[in-house]
Ligand binder design. Structure first.
Ligand code: GBH
Length: 447
């Protein structure tokens, strides 16, 4: 990497989420989360897997810190399990659960690694789900009390909070399609109150955290449409439109517009007029707007947009043999630069990539290593995009690899490996893959 890459406060790190790595589902007084219940009561998780073992980071967290240290990470983005610290979601604090995160944050800081906390990476306390979860307007108050507790307990060790990870997954999949916990099939319009309550919770907690001197963000996910021909300005415009299309309901534009610009986009009101009228109350948009420091995106794949024979812009079909990830997503990094550019132009905020990576069929080698060459190539291409963004003056402040570890990949159980570290799920042994060493070397050259 070039020496001048990124500003001084640029953070390079790795990300994980509590439910995906911790295990210890019933340890030390943790309450149930909706994902504990969902895994038990549906047959949609691959091989009937659940999060009870995961990577056993509840016990082996010191090994995770050592991995981050060896990687040369500036920062670690991890999430807090809400029911681990508040078993009923509100009220009674589970001391042992809280202490787990206090130790983790303090140890990271002692090792020169900035602890960055995601407050909500999908594991809603089951007790709150029984009260309607995100559909209940009280959700904002429950969440803000939880955020305040965490901020008080973690104190000066944590200065950056991501409130919600992927409203699309929480609301769209959890309350719209019902494919994710808690499995409610309310459809697009029917799940809108869950999005609106999520945004109220974000706004209220961000205001509180700001008053405590903390920085805040909310994380969306985005496949990046990009112009198949970069010299075609009309096509660039079409790619931009697709990035902010309202039909990716409860994602990007419907989240960032209220938070950064103060209202849902007009396409939202055209499509969901009835829902808006029956959900949004006076003063709500004021509560949602502001106090958010970074525009954050999880990014995995992109797709080219070109003209079809009818002169319409559409996704270009992939040639046969195009490289694919284990998830079936195209291994296409070409959209990242454009995604960053479009976000910067619309929201004018510092940007972070809060997740990026790919799942591969990793095989432990006879020589003891795990040689994940496709993932190395993926990161090589991603770094090229980051350089390009930097050269274009895009204000990029952070980049987090997904993930530090192979982990519980939601509906795919343990069948899909996203880690730069291989996890043997029988022994919980951790083996850094070639991509781990590649990123370590790339980021070591940075300073
Ligand atoms: C991320 O999701 C997650 O944050 C992380 O926990 C996960 O392990 C990682 O990526 C790898 O999958 O059903 O139409 O509402 C990114 C991918 C995009 C998957 C949104 C779920 C819901 C689409 N997510 N998607 S929908």
């Amino acid at each position: 990497m070039r020496e001048n890459l990124f500003s001084e406060d640029f953070m390079f790190g790795a990300a994980t989420a509590a439910f995906q790595i911790e295990g210890g589902a019933n340890a030390d007084g943790k309450g149930l989360s909706v994902w504990d219940v969902f895994c038990r009561h549906t047959d949609t998780v691959f091989n009937g897997a659940d999060g009870s073992g995961a990577c056993n980071s509840y016990e082996l967290w010191q090994q995770d810190v050592a991995l981050l240290k060896g990687l040369g990470a500036d920062a670690y983005r991890f999430s807090i399990s809400w029911p681990r610290v508040l078993p009923e979601g509100t009220g009674r604090v589970n001391r042992k659960g809280m202490d787990y995160y206090k130790r983790l944050a303090a140890t990271l800081r002692d090792n020169g690694i900035e602890p960055c906390v995601t407050l909500y990476h999908w594991d809603l306390p089951y007790e709150l789900s029984l009260k309607g979860g995100l559909m209940n307007r009280d959700f904002a108050a429950w969440f803000t009390d939880y955020a305040a507790l965490v901020a008080k307990e973690l104190g000066s060790d944590v200065n950056l909070y991501f409130t919600f990870n992927e409203p699309l997954s929480v609301v769209g999949a959890g309350y719209g399609l019902g494919t994710f916990a808690p499995g409610c099939k309310f459809g697009n319009g029917g799940s809108f109150p869950a999005l609106h309550n999520l945004l109220l919770a974000h706004g209220d907690s961000a205001r509180y955290l700001h008053a405590q001197g903390k920085r805040t963000a909310i994380v969306n996910c985005g496949d990046a449409p990009y112009p198949a021909d970069e010299n075609d300005s009309a096509l660039i415009e079409k790619a931009r439109e697709k990035t902010f299309a309202c039909d990716y309901v409860w994602n990007c534009v419907n989240v960032f517009d209220p938070v950064f610009l103060g209202d849902y986009p007009k396409e939202f009101y055209e499509r969901f007029a009835w829902e808006a009228e029956h959900t949004i109350r006076d003063g709500d948009m004021k509560r949602i707007r502001g106090n958010t420091d970074y525009c954050c995106m999880n990014h995995y794949s992109g797709f080219p947009v070109g003209w079809n024979e009818r002169g319409e812009a559409e996704e270009v079909r992939r040639p046969q043999g195009y490289p694919m990830m284990q998830t079936g997503w195209a291994m296409d990094t070409n959209g990242l630069f454009w995604l960053l550019k479009f976000l910067q132009e619309r929201y004018r905020k510092p940007i972070m990539i809060t997740e990026n990576g790919m799942a591969c069929h990793d095989v432990p080698s006879a020589d003891g290593g795990v040689h994940d060459e496709p993932r190395v190539e993926y990161f090589r291409r991603i770094l090229h995009e980051l350089h390009r963004a930097e050269a274009a003056g895009i204000d990029l402040r952070g980049y987090f690899v997904w993930s530090l570890l192979d982990n519980f990949e939601w509906l795919s159980g343990y069948s899909q490996r996203f880690g730069i570290t291989y996890v043997d799920y029988k022994t919980f042994a951790r083996t850094p893959k070639s991509s781990y060493y590649y990123l370590r070397d790339m980021f070591a050259q940075r300073k």
